[in-house]
Design a protein around this ligand. Structure first.
Ligand SMILES: C[S@@+](CC[C@H](N)C(=O)[O-])C[C@H]1O[C@@H](n2cnc3c(N)ncnc32)[C@H](O)[C@@H]1O
Length: 389
């Protein structure tokens, strides 16, 4: 037999708690002739049983009902679901901490943030020590700050020798140019890459062109092309981010951005670049869009992770109008433009894949090429020619 203080220290409860248990008839002390209350081994076991039930998340009242076989199963189901959710939340917290500590890939974390808090995500990456260029590349490419340098090294070793860094063709660029309905004097190109479009629009116009990109390697190759085409009196290059275009207000008749506005987000680009255009000036951009109402699961899952801001053409039209432009024309980029991009890319992948086994960058690029080959048509690049109002 145990006195209440002995029982309390045995089961790790306070005296008051035991008296409350007694009041609920969960344990039954015997009063001795000397007035002391004592408890049996049975009471100890009863309390241990209750403690087990409590560890399943039941309240004391629910434990009592359970012991009396009166507990509704729905209460147990509710507790089960609550606990299940809590465990999932905790597992997420654990995974997050592991990725912040660098023990695990941070891909799921970056994918979530890119979708729910894109601007705060970039700011946070900058605080972690990434400059803007690398922060945007974590967002769009590696999605993993812990493996970022290796990822970019592999990524660039695929792309640096390639001419096309996105779907692009002379015919599509020419078609878009022919919708301008003006003779531009000054054109700003944003995200020009190696300048496939730059040379085309230079030849179609008499304009002065400022071709900008934040990748030096691409601009160096464009400079060679400019010289070889004898266009150095009209085209200048500037290595600058599309988020920091410090040109005078109204400096350009046309802003040209093929497959690049996505980097800062189309809506952002529509508003931030607008002051650089003259009134009545034109913004020409191409962007990935849904071309069907019912895309396949594969396409949805892929772009949910790689380009969560992919929109239907109708949504982009609304955004263009909301930002104070009038849409002059829109058309879907040709299949040839895609082939120009992914056929040499696939060839290059075949060449380097054997030397770069287990590379996440190679696996991601290959997945993307596979998706183009199997599902192009559900999505595609769409050109928009929009006049500043
Ligand atoms: C898909 S490529 C398109 C290149 C080219 N416009 C074409 O159609 O072939 C995107 C380009 O945007 C550039 N880019 C990425 N982030 C940028 C940034 N923050 N500022 C300027 N250019 C950027 C890349 O270096 C790349 O050249």
């Amino acid at each position: 037999m145990y006195r209440i203080s002995e029982l309390a220290s045995l089961v790790g409860l306070s005296r008051t708690a035991l008296l409350y248990y007694e009041k609920l008839n969960l344990i039954k002390g015997k009063r001795l002739e000397n007035g002391y209350r004592v408890y049996s081994d049975r009471d100890v076991q009863q309390i241990r049983l209750i403690q087990q039930l409590q560890s399943g998340g039941l309240t004391l009242a629910e434990c009592k009902s359970c012991l009396e076989s009166k507990l509704d199963k729905s209460v147990l189901r509710l507790r089960y679901d609550e606990l299940d959710n809590e465990i999932k939340r905790k597992q997420k917290s654990l995974a997050l901490l592991a990725c912040l500590l660098g023990d695990k890939t941070s891909k799921p974390w970056h994918e979530t943030l890119a979708e729910i808090a894109p601007d705060a995500h970039i700011d946070w990456l900058k605080v972690q020590g990434f400059d803007e260029k690398q922060a945007l590349r974590v967002k769009w490419l590696s999605k993993d700050m812990n493996e970022h340098d290796k990822y970019m090294q592999d990524f660039m070793s695929v792309f640096e020798t390639l001419e096309f860094w996105g779907p692009n063709s002379e015919d599509d660029t020419t078609k878009a140019f022919n919708w301008l309905n003006l003779n531009p004097m000054r054109i700003l190109e944003v995200g020009c890459g190696k300048g496939n479009s730059t040379i085309v629009i230079a030849k179609l116009s008499n304009a002065e062109i400022v071709a900008t990109d934040n990748e030096k390697l691409a601009l160096e190759q464009l400079e060679d092309k400019i010289k070889s085409h004898g266009l150095d009196n009209r085209i200048t290059t500037e290595c600058v981010s599309m988020t920091e275009l410090n040109f005078a207000k109204g400096a350009f008749d046309v802003i040209w951005a093929e497959a690049s506005a996505y980097v800062m987000g189309v809506e952002n680009a529509l508003s931030k670049w607008k002051p650089l255009l003259k009134d009545g000036g034109l913004l020409v951009f191409s962007d990935l869009a849904w071309l069907t109402d019912k895309p396949s699961k594969e396409s949805i899952n892929h772009w949910k992770s790689d380009y969560p801001d992919i929109q239907t053409i109708e949504t982009r039209k609304l955004q263009i109008a909301k930002a104070g432009y009038q849409l002059e024309h829109t058309f879907t980029v040709s299949e040839q433009a895609w082939k120009n991009y992914y056929e040499p890319l696939e060839e290059r992948l075949h060449k380097v894949a054997a030397m770069m086994k287990n590379s996440q960058a190679i696996a991601d690029i290959q997945n993307e090429v596979n998706l183009y080959k199997s599902h192009l048509g559900e999505f595609g690049y769409q050109f928009f020619i929009a006049k500043k109002l």
